[in-house]
Design a protein around this ligand. Structure first.
Ligand code: ZN
Ligand code: ZN
Length: 170
């Protein structure tokens, strides 16, 4: 029997689709969230270009939930600005239009964020998980915003240095 050929590493790598790419980025963005009750990330995209990102965190110059504790009213922590709002506000702060953009969000938006996304000119929302208490779907439907629910993308990032000869750690 022949000796087996030199072991070559089989790289199982599926290039992410655009949807997976932006949803994975939203997941990465959510790592910066500061409310222990909810980590949410949002990426605003138009023509496959990222306009802004946002995660739920405190108002600038105010303490985070992690330091000051959550401020819970009616079973919601109201200390943070939600991810979607922060993404929209980053655009407003930098003078970037959100018109006709798509929002990739880790969670279904709350009702208020859904209304803000509609008013900001967002025409499509892509999520992979739901929010426990929201009328977002109803509001999106009434304003003709397309809502797509996708599978959660792979949580593992395939950063494979070894397989690409031009990329070396040292
Ligand atoms: Zn909180
Ligand atoms: Zn919200």
């Amino acid at each position: 029997m022949e000796n087996p050929p030199n072991k070559t590493k089989t790289v199982i790598f599926k290039r992410p689709s655009w949807d997976e790419y932006f949803l994975k980025l939203a997941m990465l963005v959510s790592e910066r969230a500061t409310c222990p009750r909810m980590h949410c990330g949002c990426v605003l995209v138009r023509d496959r270009q990222i306009l802004s990102t946002g995660y739920n965190g405190s108002v600038p110059a105010q303490p985070h939930c992690e330091e000051a504790g959550c401020k819970v009213i009616d079973n919601h922590c109201i200390r943070t600005i939600h991810a979607e709002m922060n993404a929209i506000l980053q655009c407003s702060s930098h003078g970037v239009s959100t018109h006709n953009a798509t929002a990739y969000i880790t969670n279904m938006p709350c009702t208020n964020c859904a209304k803000a996304l509609i008013a900001a000119g967002i025409i499509e929302v892509v999520v992979f998980s739901d929010f426990h208490d929201t009328l977002a779907e109803e509001f999106f439907g009434l304003s003709n915003v397309t809502l797509r629910r996708l599978e959660m993308p792979a949580t593992k990032i395939n950063y494979d240095l070894d397989s690409y000869h031009s990329a070396k750690l040292k």
